[in-house]
Design a protein around this ligand. Structure first.
Ligand SMILES: Nc1ncnc2c1ncn2[C@@H]1O[C@H](COP(=O)(O)OP(=O)(O)O)[C@@H](O)[C@H]1O
Ligand SMILES: O=P(O)(O)O[C@H]1O[C@H](CO)[C@@H](O[C@H]2O[C@H](CO)[C@@H](O)[C@H](O)[C@H]2O)[C@H](O)[C@H]1O
Length: 446
């Protein structure tokens, strides 16, 4: 540890800022309360980083009386009503503009230098992973640009070498992104981006991970983009899907080796079925279109208790889809290990069958195929993925078909709620899959 950072908090009018945040928050892509009536956005914690930049923790309070949500909003205060180029305005107060902090290069650079220097701070802990050739940065970080993709968090690329990823919806506990990528890097797994450091804080109920710094993979295309291009150009995707299967299997192997695995006993299978059922009942409240399939879904989940022994459980990715694999040369890198952003950390840290991730990928090929693929494109991609997975792990995902089907149905139910909130025009994609998998749709499987 070196010197202590003592940045005086920039002066802000909290009441006015809260009014501005209440209007601004619902417009953000990562805001998860879109289907609830927001009463107010309340600033609950502040960590000053520079004399003009700070990290705010903002509690979204809802008029429905249900639990609030905690969000991270870094801000920068500029001494002019007109923001600097690229700055996203949250509020204009008198002669000053309050801009979203991740659109402020000075604040982003300062956060990276604090992580690199492992500085002490009264509220925030800046931690660096062990030194390596690429870290820490040799000098001052110069250029910053937003990653600029639709996402649950906000990432900025610095000097085309580093990614600072700020988590938006916060929960108490260590974010699995930090825990799992750390374990994979320690295992020497080649399918993850380098992890360089993190920003954490301590709230009254425990630690919270605010951000991670990772290596930027230049020129990497994500699997979703690649799959959509293949669909639109009428190309087969089996070779890429096979390689993806191998990468995911290697990630599972190393997560099991570093963080443990154990047999999935009957109690665990029963609890899993109950958790799937709870998700279904919650989704039904927002997605009444699920009602015709509810009985079949409940039956598939109830069947889990009686499955023969065999499956194992371990830490898994938890939210795997084509967009979470980046193509780096001939190989694939798995990113975004944070799990489902709306879930508590204790839930995300639960052990699952690796089939949960396999199911996520199978669903994703289905999503890509919905954009115009030939009828057997999704099936061929799914089979190639499973072959690649089996060849690396020695276990064919289809050997536990009932479990794979239940995970796939659960993911599709999750997707219906996700699409209702974020992309109602896409709701038909998971609904069609549920119809197909429950045999309620006479159309042949793609
Ligand atoms: N290390 C990286 N190198 C290059 N691009 C990246 C890297 N990490 C993420 N990306 C890009 O940013 C996008 C969003 O990142 P992700 O970690 O999935 O964020 P979120 O949690 O917000 O979904 C990815 O789909 C990918 O295109
Ligand atoms: O933001 P994240 O990447 O962590 O994940 C969320 O958003 C995803 C959408 O981008 C969503 O994935 C769903 O849409 C994908 C296509 O855009 C598709 O490939 C996936 O199969 C489908 O689940 C994901 O579920 C959500 O958690």
């Amino acid at each position: 540890m070196s010197d202590t950072v003592l940045a005086d908090a920039p002066p802000i009018d909290t009441a006015r800022l809260e009014r501005a945040l209440t209007g601004w928050l619902p417009g953000q892509r990562w805001y998860a309360g879109k289907d609830r009536p927001l009463r107010t956005a309340r600033v609950v914690e502040v960590g000053a980083v520079t004399s003009h930049g700070m990290i705010l923790l903002v509690e979204a309070e809802y008029a429905d009386g249900g639990p609030g949500q905690l969000y991270q909003v870094p801000i920068a205060v500029h001494p002019a009503p007109r923001p600097p180029d690229g700055g996203h305005v949250i509020a204009v107060q008198d002669d000053e503009s309050v801009i979203e902090g991740m659109s402020d290069g000075t604040l982003v650079r300062e956060l990276l230098h604090l992580v690199a220097g492992e500085r002490e701070h009264p509220r925030l802990a800046f931690r660096s992973e062990p030194r390596c050739a690429a870290w820490p940065p040799p000098g001052r970080v110069a250029g910053c640009r937003p990653l600029g993709v639709e996402q649950s968090n906000t990432s900025v690329v610095a000097d085309e070498r580093y990614v600072l990823k700020v988590f938006r919806q916060l929960h108490t506990g260590t974010n699995p992104e930090l825990e799992l990528t750390r374990a994979l890097r320690a295992a020497g797994n080649p399918h993850t981006a380098p992890l360089y450091g993190a920003v954490e804080t301590e709230l009254s109920d425990g630690p919270v991970t605010l951000a991670v710094v990772q290596g930027f993979l230049p020129g990497a295309a994500d699997g979703w983009t690649r799959a959509l291009a293949a669909v639109r150009e009428g190309r087969d995707f089996a070779e890429q899907a096979y390689a993806m299967g191998g990468a995911v299997a290697a990630v599972h192997r190393d997560l099991a080796a570093r963080l443990g695995s154990r047999p999935m006993d009957e109690e665990h299978r029963t609890e899993l079925g109950e958790a799937f059922r709870t998700r279904l009942e919650q989704a039904l409240a927002h997605v009444p279109e699920l009602a015709p399939y509810a009985a079949d879904l409940r039956a598939a989940y109830a069947d889990l208790a009686g499955l023969p022994p065999g499956p194992t459980v371990q830490r898994v990715h938890g939210d795997l889809h084509l967009g979470q694999l980046l193509c780096t040369g001939a190989d694939w890198t798995v990113i975004d290990f944070e799990g489902e952003p709306s879930c508590a950390m204790s839930l995300r840290a639960e052990r699952h069958s690796p089939l949960r991730d396999v199911a996520g990928m199978l669903r994703s090929f289905d999503y890509a195929a919905a954009h115009g693929a030939a009828p057997d494109w999704a099936r061929a991609s799914r089979e190639a993925f499973c072959r690649g997975y089996a060849d690396t792990s020695g276990t064919d995902p289809h050997a536990q078909e009932a479990l794979l089907r239940a995970y796939t149905l659960d993911k599709a139910v999750y997707e219906t709620a996700y699409e209702r909130r974020n992309r109602p025009d896409w709701l038909h994609i998971p609904l069609a899959a549920i119809a197909r998998l429950t045999g309620r749709d006479p159309a042949p499987a793609p």
